[in-house]
Design a protein around this ligand. Structure first.
Ligand code: NAD
Length: 367
């Protein structure tokens, strides 16, 4: 069956990195039994410029009709002074909200050839392969009441509410348990159950689901402060980590930096599976990098790895996902580097050359 992929190139380096990824989609479509149809849609600053809104209705319609979405990045200095509702980020938040993408998957994997790019010692990060599953739609970021009020004495009081229902914890826990089952069968759930009641309930719900349906997955629990320490002390102890929105925001950025480069990290945001249909958006974790946009020097690997995640999690095309990841590994082992991952004195290639090198390697492996 032909899979419909919606390409949202976005702003800055978005179009450059998505273009390289499209070459790979086209390759598989033309040379394997896996068939893809792509459509393009506007989101972010470019959408505001052309349509007067960062989140056109047409984009939402196409997103709903697609099997998966690949996004480059949105944003840039040009749109920073716009009113809040016109800013590019509203487009991204809008699409996540409309499609109810509640599960954010953030892998942090270190390719051996790049282990020296990390600020940590090679032996701590070499071979690292962890997956952080972060809840995206609840917690302090959305809980009511929230705000800042002025008190009688003229001082101000700010407040936000950490809130989760057991149903919300359950649905994200199931995503994490299923992933752990596909990977190393180890899940560590992060909370602060010693002082925050919401997370005490989180721990209870996760434990109940584990005991009931996932006896084959080794479940552990860790306080968030300890988890942040363990991530830099001994990150390889983790396989899948499950977190709420707030803790996950912080821990996933720490985990990213273990790998040393923003240009190497993919992500996925998944919705609930309803009658076999699951909305999913795949994107690099980096932004639109306005400082290097338009110069064909960005690293397209994070976006290409996002395509591998799409193949694996949306389409179950494990073989093709493995081929993409292996091709990237081979290219890195052979010393080919874009500017962001090159060491001083190493030769640097462009974004499009990196796309071509990866495609060349995919063709070799796919034979
Ligand atoms: P950024 O990730 O765009 O850039 C940070 C630094 O990393 C820059 O020096 C950039 O050149 C470099 N970099 C990022 N991706 C790279 C790549 N693929 N190859 C080589 N170098 C790369 O973050 P920022 O500068 O804080 O934000 C720029 C814009 O992107 C802002 O408007 C921000 O709101 C937006 N943003 C969007 C997303 C998204 O679309 N999901 C995420 C983060 C930031």
């Amino acid at each position: 069956m032909t899979k419909k992929i919606l390409l949202i190139a976005g702003d800055g380096i978005g179009p450059e990195v998505v273009l390289q990824t499209k070459k790979i989609i086209d390759f598989f479509s033309q040379n394997s039994d896996k068939k893809f149809e792509t459509e393009n849609a506007l989101l972010g600053g470019c959408a505001y410029d052309q349509m007067g809104t960062p989140f056109p209705q047409e984009t939402l319609k196409l997103a709903r009709a697609s099997d998966a979405i690949l996004l480059g990045a949105v944003g840039g200095h040009k749109w920073e002074a716009l009113k809040y509702e016109h800013r590019p980020e509203r487009g991204l938040l809008g699409i996540r909200k409309e499609l109810e993408l509640f599960a954010n998957l953030r892998p942090a994997k270190v390719f051996s050839a790049l282990a020296d790019s990390s600020t940590l010692k090679r032996e701590i990060v070499d071979g690292l392969d962890i997956m952080i599953v972060r809840e995206l739609t609840g917690d302090l970021y959305f809980g009511q009441p929230r705000g800042v009020e002025t008190l009688k004495d003229g001082t101000r009081r700010g407040y936000n509410t950490m809130v989760y229902t057991s149903a919300e914890v359950e649905r994200i826990a199931i995503v994490a348990f299923d992933l752990a089952r596909q990977r190393g069968k180890k899940l560590c759930s992060i909370d602060k159950a010693n002082v925050i009641e919401t997370t005490e309930m989180w721990r209870e719900v996760v434990s109940e689901i584990g005991a009931k349906n996932y006896a084959d997955v080794a479940l552990s629990h860790m306080y968030v402060d300890n988890a942040s320490m363990q991530l830099v002390r001994n990150p390889k102890q983790f396989d899948v980590m499950l977190t709420g929105n707030m803790f996950g925001d912080i821990l996933s950025d720490t985990a990213s930096m273990l790998t040393g480069s923003l240009g190497m990290l993919p992500s996925a945001s998944l919705g609930a599976k309803i009658n076999g249909v699951q909305h999913a958006l795949y994107e690099p974790i980096h932004g639109s990098a306005p400082d290097i946009a338009g110069r064909d020097i960005a690293n397209p690997i994070a976006t290409i790895l996002s395509l591998a995640m799409m193949f694996r999690y949306s389409f179950n095309y494990e073989n093709e996902a493995n081929i993409i990841e292996k091709a990237i590994e081979n290219v890195l082992v052979s010393g080919i580097r874009t500017a962001d991952i090159a060491k001083a004195g190493e030769e640097k290639i462009s974004c499009s050359q990196m796309g071509d090198e990866i495609l060349k390697e995919i063709k070799k492996i796919h034979k």
